[in-house]
Ligand binder design. Structure first.
Ligand code: UD1
Ligand code: CA
Length: 482
C-alpha cells in the first residue's frame, strides 16, 4: 500500500490529438501492446488512489469502450468541448463530487513512459514539502512544444508555467519543462480552477495557470525534477510515438536481460509490456514477442520470429516462425519457416518443421510434422509421425471438419486426410494416399491409383528423341550386361 495514497488521480484523455493525423483518437494509439491511456492508467493504479477518473471527450464512445474492455471499473468524466487542460480537470473533479480532501494527482493520457515509481516519488515530495501544488518537471534537450518552467532568478522557486505558444523568446530558451503531471491539494485545486482565465493564444483554460494562481495567493508551489527526462515524453505526433516505443522497448529488454535473458541484439528485438521470460532464455535478432507471450526457461526463440499470445515451453527451440495464440511444449522444435495459427498446441518434444502451417491442431508429445504440411482442425496423439507434404483437408467449402490421428502412427508422404476422418493408434498409411475412410488401429491404409508401366511407349510415340535414345542405350546396356 502506497504511503501517500492520493484521494484521486485524474487522467486527461479528451483531446483529439490533431497532430497524430489519425482516425484513431491519440490516447488509443498503442505502443508495446498497450494503448497510451492504458499505460497511464496502469502507472496511476500503482498509487492505489481512492478514486481514478479518466476525462474523455473526443471519440468518447471509442475511448470509453476501450477502457471498459481493458481496464474494467475505470470511471470516466465527460468533457464535451476540449476547452483546455484546466477545464478537463474541472470536469474530472465534478464527476468525483467536486472538492476532494487530500492529494489529487493529474496526469496526461499521452505520457505512456511515466512509471508508477515516478508518480509515487512525486506524491511523496508533495506530502513531505507540504505543497499546495508540486509539478513534475524535466530538463530536456529539446523543449519545443512543452510548457516552460519559469523560476525566480534569485530564489530558484517556480513562479509560473508558460506554454510554448505564449512564451517569449527568452522563455523559449528554458530547457526545464512541464511534464503535465501534478500533485495538488484537492481543495485548493478546485478553488483555483474557478479563477483560470482563457486570455491566451489558444483561448483555453490552462491547468498550468493554477500554479501561478496558487503562488500569488501565497501557497507553497514546488517542483520535482524527474530523474530521467525520457520518462515524461509526451506523444503529440507519430515521430514521438515511435520514439516512445523505442525507449519503452529498451526499458523492457533491459529488465529482461538483468533478470537473466540473453538478448543477442536488443536493437532488433521488440517486446510488449505483457511478455514474460524464464531464466536463460535466448532471444535471437529480428524477433517480436507480442501480447501475453511467455518464453520459459532455457528456450531459444528467433531469429526472425513473431510470437503473439504464445507460450513457449522450457528448452524449446523456435526458429523463423510466426505464431499466434499457440502453445509450444517443453523441448519442442518449431521451424524454420513455420506458421502456427490460433489453437495450435504442440506437445513436449514435438516438432512442427519447415513450411508447415497449423491451426486448431493439438499435436501430442513427441509427435512430428516435419515438412511442407497443413494441419488444420486436428488432434494427433503421441509419438506419431506425419509424412512430408500432408494436408488435413478440413474444409468442404461450407464447414470445417475434424481429423483425429492416434498415437504411434506413421502416415506416408503426400497424404490427404479428408475430414471428418479417424486414424487409429499404431496405424500406417501409404505415401500418396487420399484418406477418406477411417483407418482401424494397426492397419495399413493404401488409397491411391495402381501404377501401370506401358513398356516401349517412348520408342513408339517419340522415336528418335533423346529420351528414346537414352532408353535404347539403357536397355541395350542391360542386354549386354554392362
Ligand atoms: C500540455 C501542457 C504543457 C506540457 C505538456 C506535456 C497545458 C496547457 N499544457 O501541453 O505545459 O508541457 O502537456 O506533455 O496543460 N486534454 C483534455 N482536454 C482538453 C485539452 C487537453 O483532456 O481540453 C488532454 C489531452 O487529451 C492530452 C492532455 O490533456 O492527453 C494534454 O493535452 P495536449 O493538447 O497534448 O497538451 P500539450 O500541448 O502537449
Ligand atoms: Ca501533449
Amino acid at each position: 500500500m502506497s504511503a501517500n495514497r492520493p484521494a484521486a488521480v485524474v487522467v486527461l484523455a479528451a483531446g483529439e490529438g490533431t497532430r497524430m493525423k489519425s482516425k484513431t483518437p491519440k490516447v488509443l494509439h498503442e505502443i508495446a501492446g498497450r494503448s497510451l491511456v492504458g499505460h497511464v492508467v496502469c502507472a496511476a493504479r500503482e498509487l492505489e488512489p481512492e478514486q481514478l477518473v479518466v476525462v474523455v471527450g473526443h471519440a468518447r464512445d471509442q475511448v470509453e469502450e476501450h477502457l471498459a474492455q481493458h481496464y474494467a471499473g475505470t470511471r470516466t468524466a465527460f468533457q464535451s468541448e476540449q476547452n483546455g487542460t484546466g477545464h478537463a480537470v474541472r470536469m474530472g473533479l465534478e464527476e468525483l463530487g467536486g472538492e476532494l480532501r487530500g492529494t489529487v494527482i493529474v496526469v496526461c493520457g499521452d505520457t505512456p513512459l511515466l512509471s508508477g515509481d515516478t508518480l509515487t516519488a512525486l506524491a511523496a515530495t508533495h506530502a513531505a514539502d507540504g505543497n499546495a501544488v508540486t509539478v513534475l518537471t524535466a530538463d530536456v534537450p529539446d523543449s519545443t512544444g512543452y510548457g516552460r518552467i519559469v523560476r525566480d532568478a534569485a530564489t530558484g522557486a517556480v513562479t509560473a508555467i508558460v506554454e510554448h505558444k505564449d512564451a517569449t523568446d527568452a522563455q523559449r530558451a528554458i530547457r526545464e519543462i512541464n511534464s503535465g503531471v501534478f500533485a495538488f491539494d484537492g481543495v485548493l485545486l478546485a478553488d483555483a480552477l474557478k479563477k483560470v482565465r482563457t486570455d491566451n493564444s489558444q483561448g483555453e483554460e490552462y491547468l498550468t495557470d493554477v500554479l501561478g494562481i496558487l503562488r500569488e495567493a501565497g501557497h507553497r508551489v514546488g517542483a520535482s525534477v524527474a530523474a530521467d527526462h525520457r520518462e515524461i515524453l509526451g506523444i503529440n505526433n507519430r515521430v514521438q510515438l515511435a520514439e516512445a516505443r523505442r525507449l519503452l522497448n529498451e526499458r523492457l529488454l533491459e529488465r529482461a536481460m538483468l533478470a537473466g535473458v540473453t538478448v543477442v541484439d536488443p536493437s532488433s528485438v521488440l517486446v510488449d509490456v505483457t511478455v514474460t521470460f524464464g531464466q536463460d532464455v535466448v532471444v535471437h535478432p529480428g524477433t517480436q514477442l507480442l501480447g501475453v507471450t511467455h518464453v520459459a526457461e532455457d528456450a531459444e526463440v528467433g531469429p526472425n520470429t513473431r510470437l503473439k499470445d504464445t507460450v513457449v515451453g522450457a528448452g524449446a527451440r523456435v526458429d523463423n516462425t510466426v505464431a499466434d495464440s499457440a502453445e509450444i511444449g517443453a523441448a519442442a522444435n518449431v521451424g524454420p519457416y513455420a506458421y502456427l495459427r490460433p489453437g495450435t498446441k504442440l506437445g513436449a518434444k514435438g516438432k512442427i518443421g519447415t513450411y508447415v502451417e497449423t491451426k486448431n491442431a493439438v499435436i501430442g508429445e513427441g509427435t512430428k510434422v516435419p515438412h511442407l504440411s497443413y494441419v488444420g482442425d486436428a488432434t494427433i496423439g503421441d509419438h506419431s509421425n506425419i509424412g512430408a507434404a500432408s494436408v488435413f483437408v478440413n474444409y468442404d467449402g461450407e464447414q470445417k471438419h475434424h481429423t483425429t490421428i492416434g498415437s504411434h502412427c506413421r502416415t506416408g508422404s503426400d497424404n490427404m486426410f479428408v475430414a471428418p476422418v479417424t486414424i487409429g493408434d499404431g496405424a500406417y498409411t501409404a505415401a500418396g494416399s487420399v484418406i477418406t475412410k477411417d483407418v482401424p488401429p494397426g492397419s495399413l491404409a493404401v488409397a491411391r491409383g495402381q501404377q501401370r508401366n506401358i513398356e516401349g511407349w517412348v520408342a513408339r510415340k517419340r522415336p528418335g528423341s533423346a529420351a528414346a535414345q537414352a532408353a535404347t542405350a539403357a536397355t541395350e546396356g542391360v542386354a549386354e550386361g554392362n
